[in-house]
Ligand binder design. Structure first.
Ligand code: MTE
Length: 320
């Protein structure tokens, strides 16, 4: 069978995990996949050979990022079954259950506002903006738990450069997809949808700011923000908005979902800061999923060398 080169592949060629699992169950039922062959293997190793080659060709060209941590990655199971995605429910296991049928086909991301070249991107177009990298980042939730995730994506600045922000653009606003029919659990979440977030333009241009399209060598699972999300590793996890549909460049600081819900608890900046406690709990320590003892939380989640200069002269107790 013809194996296409990575450059020819489109987003639909990256078979989501669930499809592989269904295929595996089918092969198992047919007696084709031996039980011992399954244990602990990566997904693409479980697929039929032709699809294995296809998926591997998609991901084999991933660049290894110098920004990656060498800390131990959390398991795929942890990262896909302990989620915050309030559109699909507020329980940590709700998104894995409730997002299974989330339809992300024909996805478009609109980039608009103060830019010289506004445009809408399909997922195929997004994948071609820049070479895909694997970046292993620490992710620190404001709730004081943390994980280490091997994301796939590229610096968001690559997209920014394509649309050419005008002089007026000093902030970037992000909007998630929202459809109450596909996300009925959102009704009881207690926050407004669509979920909105924002960054200052210089924060958005920092090379650490990642446009994420996958993790663990695969496309993003629905519960982790399929098909495309932001990943901003020095900020609390709620800044890393999922299932992006709109990116708007503007001169005003954009409203953000958690700040709208509780302004005294969640600020616009939300940089990880062990010295500024949440009004209801300490931010000095965190629980890494899978570990028993809490560990110290690092300023800017350990990314200070790359980002501290963005906040030079700012009182981070005031601009939390
Ligand atoms: N994006 C949307 N659209 N809806 C959400 O509820 N939760 C945020 C963030 N992005 C959220 C979101 C929070 S609080 C966190 S900690 C991270 O997503 C969690 O990402 P993960 O589930 O992939 O670990």
């Amino acid at each position: 069978m013809l194996i296409r080169k990575a450059a020819d592949l489109t987003y639909v060629d990256v078979t989501p995990k669930q499809v592989y699992l269904n295929r595996r169950r089918f092969l198992e039922a047919m007696g084709i996949v031996g039980a011992t062959a399954i244990a602990g293997r990566r997904l693409f190793e479980l697929a039929a050979p032709s699809e294995t080659a296809l998926a591997a060709s998609k991901f084999s060209g991933l660049l290894k990022s110098p920004f990656s941590t060498t800390e131990k990655e959390n398991s795929y199971q942890d990262v896909t079954h302990y989620n915050n995605f309030y559109e699909f429910g507020t329980g940590k296991e709700d998104p894995a259950k409730n997002a299974q049928k989330f339809d992300t086909s024909n996805w478009m991301v609109s980039v608009e506002g103060d830019v010289s070249k506004p445009r809408k991107f399909s997922m195929d177009e997004i994948l071609k903006i820049a070479p895909l990298e694997e970046r292993v980042y620490r992710h620190r939730c404001v709730e004081a738990w943390s994980i280490v995730v091997p994301w796939i994506g590229f610096s968001f600045s690559n997209l920014v450069n394509l649309v050419e922000p005008t002089q007026k653009a000093t902030f970037v606003a992000f909007h998630s997809y929202y459809d109450s029919r596909q996300m009925p659990q959102g009704k009881w979440a207690g926050i407004e949808f669509p979920y909105v977030e924002g960054l200052r333009l210089d924060e958005a241009m920092n090379p650490l700011t990642l446009l994420g399209v996958g993790m663990y060598g695969e496309s993003l699972p629905n519960q982790d923000g399929a098909p495309v999300r932001m990943v901003i590793p020095w900020k609390y996890g709620f800044k890393s908005i999922k299932s992006l549909v709109k990116i708007k460049f503007q001169s005003k600081m954009p409203p953000t979902t958690w700040n709208l819900a509780a302004p005294n608890e969640y600020g616009f900046y939300s940089n990880v800061n062990p010295n500024v406690d949440h009004p209801r709990w300490s931010q000095a320590r965190e629980r890494r999923l899978g570990e028993i003892f809490k560990r110290a939380t690092l300023m800017f989640n350990g990314y200070g060398d790359q980002v501290a200069s963005l906040y030079a002269g700012m009182d981070l107790k005031k601009y939390y």
